[in-house]
Design a binder for this molecule. Structure first.
Ligand code: G3P
Length: 496
């Protein structure tokens, strides 16, 4: 159970502690932040509201711990990460319980998130050992005008202190996708969890604590964005920010200083359906891509662009599957569970009402009870409707009927977002041409968008982000190349 057994030390009364300098602590602010259970809409947990002085302390420890960690052999760093991965998987049940209570993630998906996270950490350890164990050797005479008098040796060095800010929808997995690469590369890491998801994050961090990482190398500060948000992201001790979330990321990137940024800020992933597509495959993928975790995924299908000639048939097939979705509490492992907050539910409702006023066809009746919104397919959506462009982050999916592939590509590319997209057709040549024309970081052919497997590159164009993620890219992003040049007194040619 959460907060008991191995996790008892992270809880003080009914308030979870924060993690600084290798210890679980109460904030001297004496204040707490309540975490509301999306299903019951009552306070489920409380966490510490850390102060700016506590953030300063964490930054100091992170800086000194990083120096020692950078001198720790790579194989030893990997060994500790493997240990943390095993402990994480061993404790999947209490962590999944937190995910169910804090973010209403369906029970089975909550367990999968923790297991996937353990696997991600192990893979990161292995990948890090390989890619960080190698550097480059360059010789000067390949550039015009040079003799072979210079040997250049390059290696990858850590950046220093990485600030990781994961989102509510994968608080554990998207935290470890930053923690693993940061640590294997010799950085220290400060984690600022999302409010919903903070307790899952604290349990996950405790698994790293149990694995025996050095004091101060990992810290986790909880609190109000208004008090410590900007303070953290503009802190002079931070050498890199890895953020996943909404458009707060745009504000962060404007305020951050001369440091590398890794940002993933959402998407409006289009699903383009051609006349020759296998409509049963498309319908299955629309359900998985549009409605899993109630549409609260950056990579969810957020608009279907279907050729008019097959639109009726596709809508009928999708509706038949929507009717089978189980709606209810996450504890019962329902397909559609309450969205994360009341304000999210209100926002989604605003999009639905706008579509209603402007004449979209409601394939199901709009139904809401608290934060629980029943799945809804909106047909005959037009570009003047907000739902055609905005990200609902809820179980509401618009269908726009198109008369040409170009119309579909045009709609996709007119979006401010450019995360992923997908195209369904049996003609691979057409699929590749459409993929090339779509301005998104990834295009899936004949499958719904998805980030995983976690070692695949994951990136967004335009407002969807900065940089590329995926295990290898994240390790590289959290390092910098360092060169040492050996200058010889006279040219030297091997075997010359
Ligand atoms: O930020 C990415 C997340 O929202 C989606 O991840 O694994 O569901 O494709 P995934």
């Amino acid at each position: 159970m959460a907060g008991t057994g191995d996790f008892a030390e992270i809880l003080d009364g009914d308030v979870y502690k924060y993690y600084s300098d290798g210890e679980w602590k109460k904030s001297s602010s004496g204040k707490t932040v309540a975490i509301i259970n999306p299903t019951t809409r009552k306070t489920q947990y409380k966490v510490q509201a850390c102060s700016q002085a506590e953030v300063n302390k964490v930054m100091e420890s992170a800086k000194s711990a990083q120096k020692a960690w950078a001198r720790t052999p790579l194989w030893k760093r990997a060994e500790l990460l493997h240990k943390a991965a095993a402990i994480l998987k061993e404790h999947k049940a209490p962590i999944a319980e937190c995910l169910v209570k804090e973010i209403a993630k369906p029970a089975k998906d909550a367990v999968s998130e923790v297991v996937r996270s353990g696997d991600l950490v192990s893979y990161t350890a292995e990948e890090g050992v390989r890619i960080l164990g190698e550097g480059k050797f360059l010789v000067s005479d390949s550039f015009p005008g040079n003799e072979r008098t210079k040997y250049c040796l390059t290696s990858k060095i850590p950046l220093g202190v990485i600030l990781a800010i994961p989102p509510f929808n994968y608080p554990v997995n998207l935290a470890v996708s930053k923690i693993g690469p940061a640590l294997i590369a010799g950085n220290s890491l400060v984690l600022k969890p999302p409010t919903q998801g903070a307790v899952s994050c604290l349990h996950m961090v405790h698994c790293f604590h149990l694995a025996g990482f050095p004091k101060g190398l990992i810290s986790c500060v909880t609190g109000k964005g208004s008090e410590i948000g900007d303070f953290l992201t503009m802190h002079p001790g931070v050498n890199c920010i890895s953020f996943t979330g909404g458009d707060t990321g745009i504000a962060i990137s404007k305020k951050a200083g001369m440091i590398p940024l890794q940002m993933e800020l959402g998407g409006k992933d289009a699903c383009i359906v051609l006349e020759d597509a296998d409509l049963d495959l498309v319908a299955a993928n629309i359900i998985k891509g549009g409605f899993s975790y109630s549409g609260q995924r950056c990579t969810a299908i957020k608009v279907v662009l279907v050729m008019e000639s097959v639109a009726d048939a596709l809508v009928e097939k999708v509706n038949a599957r929507v009717a089978k979705l189980r709606v209810g509490p996450p504890e019962d492992d329902c397909d559609i569970t309450p969205v994360v907050t009341e304000s999210s539910a209100n926002f989604i409702e605003g999009l639905v009402m706008d579509a209603k006023e402007k004449g979209a066809t409601f394939c199901q009746e709009y139904k809401r009870d608290g934060n629980l919104i029943w799945p809804l397919l909106l047909d005959n959506v037009r570009p003047d409707m907000r739902i055609a462009w905005e990200e609902p982050f809820g179980p509401i999916l618009p269908v726009i009927r198109i008369n040409s592939v170009e119309e579909g590509i045009h709609h996709c590319n007119a979006s401010n977002f450019g995360l992923q997209g997908c195209v369904f057709t049996k003609d691979i040549n057409k699929a590749v041409l459409i993929s090339d024309a779509m301005e998104t970081g990834t295009v899936q052919i004949n499958s719904a968008p998805a980030r995983g497997p976690d070692h695949f590159p994951f990136q967004g164009l335009k407002d969807s982000g900065i940089g590329s993620q995926g295990i290898t890219n994240s390790i590289n992003m959290m390092t910098k190349v360092k060169s040492t040049v050996i200058n010889l007194p006279s040219p030297s040619y091997s075997m010359g």
